[in-house]
Design a protein around this ligand. Structure first.
Ligand code: ATP
Length: 340
């Protein structure tokens, strides 16, 4: 983490504003490995969020501008809708989410949130409105309660405070400031349990002898991948962001865990704008729109049923995953949908 923060010193960021702007960054191990090079425009304004829509307008981008990795990508995610990004490895799915979080600016085209080009808004205001459930969730070597309560920072902000800067990474400084909601207070108020219930992790946590006071251990080693992802979902529920970015774990999950995670994602997606990278096609059947991203372009788009009917790239990927035994339960779900 310090390696990520280090290069930012030269841009004059204070530690607190770093915490605020990049509060999720340390959690996004795979998605956002790179240090941020973007700076706010001198006249940057806070994003005015009405929660209407996210729009990509002919967005092209290359990490090296001579070598475009996204080519004229356009799509819209209205409030309450879920967009799934699927496609071969290296196609550009993560790049789309990195651009939306403004870790880079498009080489061409615009990204608009509620009509505002994200290039012209402050990065901190942008990231406050984005919640991320990364593929591989980073956890503090702290209790489960603390790890979930960490998501509360943004909810405080939504209530008029500046929660992001109030909940410190340092336990000591957090405890010494009476205005800062320490996670135990959150636990007392039942927020953490509610979030854990919605994320379908509460039962598991209650089964531990120390419940929410159980330490997760170094990098969360005491929790399975699926449990860690649900902790991230609970944390995001507390943050309560209008835009959700989900990066589905590539690691194999048992069917039951996958279903639990699906249900918890469904519950947090309601009323938000959700963009989800999916590796298992079984999890995108219910998406409102699926984009097949291949070689930096939208090769196909549509609902699951439309794409299956099209018989193109998506349909072949689906058949391949069926053969690999990665989507057995959903073959019946999809045919249910198609016949309905
Ligand atoms: P996966 O499913 O494997 O995660 P993806 O569809 O998310 O793949 P991206 O991570 O968006 O693909 O990568 C798109 C292209 O950009 C790939 O060719 C990748 O090698 C390249 N790329 C990604 N990050 C960088 C970077 N920081 N610098 C240079 N090239 C990069």
């Amino acid at each position: 983490l310090l390696q990520l923060y280090g290069p930012l010193d030269k841009f004059g960021y204070s530690y607190k504003s770093l915490q605020k702007s990049f509060i999720d960054m340390e959690m996004m191990l795979d998605l956002f490995k790179e240090p941020v090079e973007i700076q706010d425009q001198p006249e940057a304004k806070p994003l005015e969020m009405t929660g209407r829509e996210v729009v990509f307008e002919n967005v092209s981008f290359g990490y090296d501008p001579q070598n475009l990795k996204l080519k004229s990508v356009s799509f819209k995610v209205p409030r309450g809708k879920k967009l799934a990004l699927v496609g071969p490895s290296g196609g550009g799915k993560s790049t789309i989410l990195r651009l939306l979080s403004r870790f880079y600016d498009p080489t061409q085209g615009r990204i608009l949130i509620d009509g505002q080009d994200i290039k012209n808004v402050t990065q901190s205001s942008l990231r406050k409105n984005i919640g991320i459930v990364p593929q591989d969730t980073g956890l503090f070597n702290e209790t489960i309660g603390y790890n979930i309560g960490y998501g509360r920072i943004a909810q405080d902000r939504d209530n008029g405070g500046d929660g992001a800067s109030r909940l410190s990474l340092s336990e000591e400084s957090t405890k010494s400031d009476p205005d800062i909601p320490y996670y135990e207070d959150l636990e007392d108020s039942g927020c953490i349990q509610e979030a854990a219930e919605a994320a379908r992790i509460h039962e598991i946590v209650s089964g531990f002898p120390n419940g929410y006071a159980t330490h997760v251990g170094e990098r969360g080693l005491l929790l399975s991948g699926g449990e860690k992802q649900r902790v991230a979902i609970a944390r995001t529920i507390l943050k309560n962001p209008p835009i959700l970015l989900l990066d589905e774990a590539t690691s194999a999950l048992d069917t039951q865990t996958e279903r639990e995670i699906q249900k918890s994602i469904e519950s947090i997606s309601k009323g938000r704008m959700t963009l989800m990278i999916a590796h298992r096609l079984s999890t995108v059947v219910d998406a409102d729109e699926i984009l097949v991203i291949q070689n930096g372009e939208i090769a196909e788009h549509g609902s699951h049923v439309e794409l299956m009917r099209m018989g193109g790239v998506y349909a072949s990927m689906w058949i391949q995953q069926l053969h690999e035994g990665r989507a057995p339960a959903e073959s019946s779900r999809s045919s249910d949908k198609e016949s309905s």
